[in-house]
Design a protein around this ligand. Structure first.
Ligand code: NAD
Length: 422
């Protein structure tokens, strides 16, 4: 791969580039800039696990704590074959900015294990999770660093993290991790939270642009936790989902996809999304991004919209569900097209917002109804959306840089109040 392309696809470089621009626009003092630029801690663990075959495999895992300035570290654990330290580092920094954008009292962290969860049995997955958690148990904790699910991990894995940590500290500690099952201190509404947050942002954006919800054409790439829940909620609300894709490929249908049936096909019948009978035109998972629509929601993985293909994006609103779906090199192309961007650190922040509510409920030992959780979420998302747009206007920057400015400003203020220890 040419060096320039490699650089563009390095998500850490993408995260850095936006941080640098926003810090400069904000006139951030040099000392604060240096403090925020680097993570507080990076841990690499080698995880020996006995496989069902009796062989021992050693997996590599990471946990990066980017910042605890505004509160304990918060961020998901990713299980995927292409996890790298640079990726985890970028995702950890994004968590710091995201938590600050929605103003929840957390810093940023992220973890990952290089493995292919689809090729591991359930008991192998459990052993990987437990050994990874045990290796990190001194650094995790409800007041230190609180993991959550991300690509390749789910509520069962979070239950194993909670149990392993609890065995080490010798007390049941539900608040050490969020995204848990409801029977184990999970929160109502967490499963749908990221998708709901995306929809709340889209509702706000279409109101500004004068687009009606009924029949508003939406394409969603990724049909996992984020994409499928966004599709379900938006379909229910009257949006018309005309395209969807998962790792197996995409489907496009200008008359709209039957989302409840598609969900059943993928999640109950466990079939590949593009094989959905009568679904529509089959295309590749990437091609779905370039069909005309009102709202495009990349909710799969990083680096989907790049300097090579951004000119083909044909939407009015780009609402980022995934972390880092657009490279920093693609930003100016998207901006020139006049596309209204809801950047990842705002758009997908519904997940961490309800994770925060889960942590609050675990610590108070009193749980809310779904309606109450959703009301809090709506309040937080709408406020954050309006704040980002206000900063965009006052600083004359695009929405993405405005979101970074909101975040960096909040972290800087907390840092100044705390002062520097030693
Ligand atoms: P997931 O593992 O549940 O789902 C990922 C989906 O993307 C699957 O449908 C998969 O088939 C599809 N996919 C993977 N690679 C693809 C490709 N190259 N092209 C098309 N589809 C592809 O993961 P998730 O939790 O839904 O997370 C998706 C994204 O959202 C990630 O970037 C994650 O970091 C981000 N995110 C997740 C949450 C959360 O609450 N789960 C919160 C904030 C951000």
């Amino acid at each position: 791969m040419a060096v320039a392309v490699q650089e563009e696809l390095n998500v850490y470089e993408s995260a850095e580039a936006r941080f640098e621009t926003a810090a400069e626009m904000l006139g951030l003092e040099q000392g604060l800039y240096r403090y925020m630029k680097y993570p507080e801690r990076e841990i690499t663990v080698y995880i020996p696990v006995s496989l069902d075959s009796g062989q021992i495999a050693v997996f590599t895992g990471y946990r990066v704590l980017h910042s605890t300035v505004r509160g304990p570290g918060k961020g998901g654990i990713r299980f995927a074959p292409n996890v790298s330290l640079d990726e985890v580092r970028a995702l950890a920094a994004w968590m710091t900015w995201k938590c600050a954008v929605v103003n929840v009292p957390f810093g940023g962290a992220k973890g990952g294990v290089i493995c292919n969860p689809a090729s591991l049995s359930k008991s192998e997955l459990e052993r990987v999770t437990r050994r990874y958690t045990a290796s990190l148990s001194d650094w995790l904790g409800p007041e230190r660093d609180i993991p959550a699910p991300d690509i390749g991990t789910n509520d069962q894995i979070m239950a194993w993290v909670m149990d392993t940590y609890s065995m080490h500290v010798r007390q049941a500690t539900t608040a050490v991790v969020t995204g848990k099952p409801l029977d184990l201190g999970g929160s109502q509404g967490r499963k749908e939270a990221t998708g709901r947050g995306l929809m709340l942002c889209c509702d706000r954006a279409i109101a500004r642009l004068g687009i009606k919800c009924d029949g508003c054409r939406v394409i969603i790439q990724g049909f996992g936790n984020v994409g499928s829940e966004a599709a379900r909620l938006m379909h229910e609300a009257g949006y018309k989902i005309i395209g969807a894709a998962d790792i197996h490929g995409g489907l496009y249908n200008e008359n709209g996809l039957d989302i409840p049936k598609l969900y059943d096909w993928v999640y109950t019948q466990r079939k590949p999304l593009p094989e959905f009978p009568g679904g529509g035109e089959k295309l590749s998972a990437q091609e779905v991004l370039f069909r005309p629509c009102d709202i495009l929601v990349p909710a799969a993985t990083e680096n989907q919209i790049t300097s090579q293909n951004a000119h083909r994006v044909d939407c009015k609103i780009l609402c980022e569900g995934a972390n880092g779906p657009t490279t920093s090199h693609a930003d100016p192309i998207i901006e020139k097209k006049g596309i209204f961007v809801i950047p990842d650190i705002l758009g997908n922040a519904g997940g961490v917002t309800v994770s925060y509510l889960e942590w609050v409920q675990d610590r108070q030992g009193f749980f809310w109804r779904e309606r109450e959780v959703n009301e809090h979420l709506q309040d937080v998302m709408e406020h954050a959306f309006d704040e980002v747009l206000r900063y965009a206007q006052t600083h004359r920057v695009n929405n993405r840089i405005a979101a970074y400015i909101v975040a960096i400003d909040r972290v800087a203020r907390a840092l100044k109040l705390r002062g520097f220890y030693a």
